[in-house]
Design a protein around this ligand. Structure first.
Ligand SMILES: *Cc1c(COP(=O)(O)O)cnc(C)c1O
Length: 479
């Protein structure tokens, strides 16, 4: 572009002040603050200037027209820049993937009671470590821990930040500078960053692997025991299953051997269910109460997996073992916060009332049968049909499978009914992208080149919003 034309165009570029005086800027000022907005305006005008310098456009028809067009474009980009930054924060999403414990989407959604407890009891000042009866210092987590002990039949319980923290605390406090015996078939990795051998190394215990990947006998553990041994460890293979020619000793047998040698048996149950989930379609998940009854001295599990509450690491077991953990300096670094404890207490209360299956969303979602979901899908589809133009966006109801997720029950695929969306011009990838860029973002799955929505993980209270977003999708994609 000749220099004179470039100079002319650059002169038409709005100043930062002009941009800050637009209606768009005014609507953003309260949200982002004057200083940050000025920084955004500077970045937007810098970007436009660079584009003008490198664009091969010809001379302008009118200076005023160019000025106006550039200002409108700058204002549009200012809105977009703020929107993009906002999207990076923690936001509510609609999970239409059918993956119940979606780790990237925050695992378990909280029950109504848990949400209320977080907002009403814990968000402000609360009795986190305060006893209103005596006016003296109280014990953090006391109520949740009492409920956990009661629900699992354990003598005592302790709550920390997550199950990885619980495992680190147990191994450090009970087996540091000694040996921990574990089967080669149980060296699990969860989500790429929790690996049993790494946690062992970090805790300072020496991992003694016994048996083989598919078969480990009681005698393998017995042969490994010596004067340095501190723990026998059993790990629930949360996210994988070894099938075929396999064997592993029962927990009771391991407990007997551990106790005969004056050792402790530790089970990392991972997803750990508080109740038998077989009636909810999940078999093979260890029930923590059974592990305690079978002689485990200490059991750890997550608060936000099958239990269906906040992120927490739950430790239950024998009184003297739990007290050793509570006194260890690591506990101070790994303890749970008040928001998680409030949610956990409320969720555990539902279990104690015997109402968990009805009140805890993850259990209700897992229990939903194909027929339950199909009924919801049919009435949703009817409302959807009246809003969509079948010549643009079309859909079918198809059979499919949901997933438990969160490194739990990898072989369970609850049958479901899916809404499969197709667009006359846009690909499934393009639809998926547009859906997750809405407010709130809708996260869906792609299956055989179709975008599929699974209502199993969509709350009934979110259906109107989902409907609204899908109709909007049609408008966005068709212009
Ligand atoms: C999930 C899991 C963990 C880690 O739990 P977080 O709560 O995610 O820290 C540890 N051990 C096992 C066996 C698990 O399944």
């Amino acid at each position: 572009m000749p220099d004179s034309i470039l100079t002319k165009r650059l002169r038409a570029l709005p100043s930062i002040d002009t941009l800050l005086r637009t209606r768009e800027a005014a609507t953003l000022r309260d949200e982002v603050g004057a200083e940050r907005l000025t920084a955004f305006a500077r970045a937007v005008t810098d970007e436009l200037r660079e584009e003008l310098r490198s664009s091969p456009e010809t001379d302008l028809t009118s200076d005023d027209g160019e000025r106006e067009a550039l200002l409108a474009e700058a204002a549009r980009r200012l809105m977009l820049a703020v929107e993009r930054e906002r999207a990076k924060g923690l936001r509510r999403v609609i999970n239409a993937t059918g993956v119940v414990l979606h780790t990237n989407l925050g695992r378990a959604p909280l029950s109504e009671a848990a949400r209320r407890a977080v907002a009403r009891e814990a968000a402000g000042y609360c009795t986190l470590e305060y006893d209103t009866e005596t006016g003296a210092r109280g014990r953090r987590g006391a109520r949740a821990e009492a409920l956990l002990a009661e629900l699992t039949g354990a003598e005592e319980a302790l709550v920390v930040n997550n199950c990885a923290a619980a495992a680190l605390l147990v191994l450090t406090a009970l087996a540091r500078a000694g040996e921990t015996v574990v089967s080669r078939g149980e060296l699990v990795e969860i989500g790429g960053d929790f690996r049993v051998p790494d946690v062992m190394a970090q805790s300072g215990t020496t991992m003694i692997e016994v048996g083989t990947t598919n078969r480990t006998r009681l005698s393998d553990y017995e042969h490994a025991i010596n004067e340095r041994t501190r723990l026998l460890m059993r790990v629930h293979p949360s996210n994988y299953r070894i099938v075929g020619f396999t064997s592993t000793p029962a927990l009771e047998e391991l407990a007997r051997v551990a106790h005969e040698h004056g050792l402790l048996l530790y089970e990392d149950a991972g997803s750990g269910a508080l109740i038998d989930l077989a009636p909810h379609g999940l078999s093979g998940e260890p029930v923590v109460r059974d592990s305690i009854a079978q002689g485990a001295d200490v059991v750890t599990f997550s608060g936000d997996k099958l239990l269906g509450s906040a992120q927490a690491g739950l430790v239950v077991g024998r009184r003297e073992v739990i007290e050793r953990l509570r006194r260890h300096p690591l506990y101070r670094a790994l303890r749970a916060d008040k928001l998680a404890l409030a949610a956990l207490e409320a969720t555990l209360e539902a279990y104690r009332r015997g109402e968990a299956a009805r009140e805890v969303p993850t259990l209700a979602m897992l229990s939903a049968t194909r027929a339950d979901i199909e009924e919801r899908v049919r009435s949703f589809a009817e409302r959807l049909r009246s809003r969509l133009d079948p010549n643009t966006l079309n859909f079918l109801i198809i059979d499919g499978a949901s997933a438990v997720g969160g490194g739990s029950a990898p072989t369970t695929h609850p049958p479901t009914a899916l809404i499969a969306l197709t667009h006359t011009t846009f690909s499934a990838d393009a639809l998926e992208q547009r859906l997750r860029q809405q407010t709130p973002p809708v996260v869906a799955r792609i299956l055989d080149d179709r975008l599929v929505l699974d209502l199993r993980t969509v709350a009934e209270s979110e259906e109107d919003e989902l409907l609204e977003t899908l109709s909007l999708l049609q408008k966005i994609t068709s212009c």
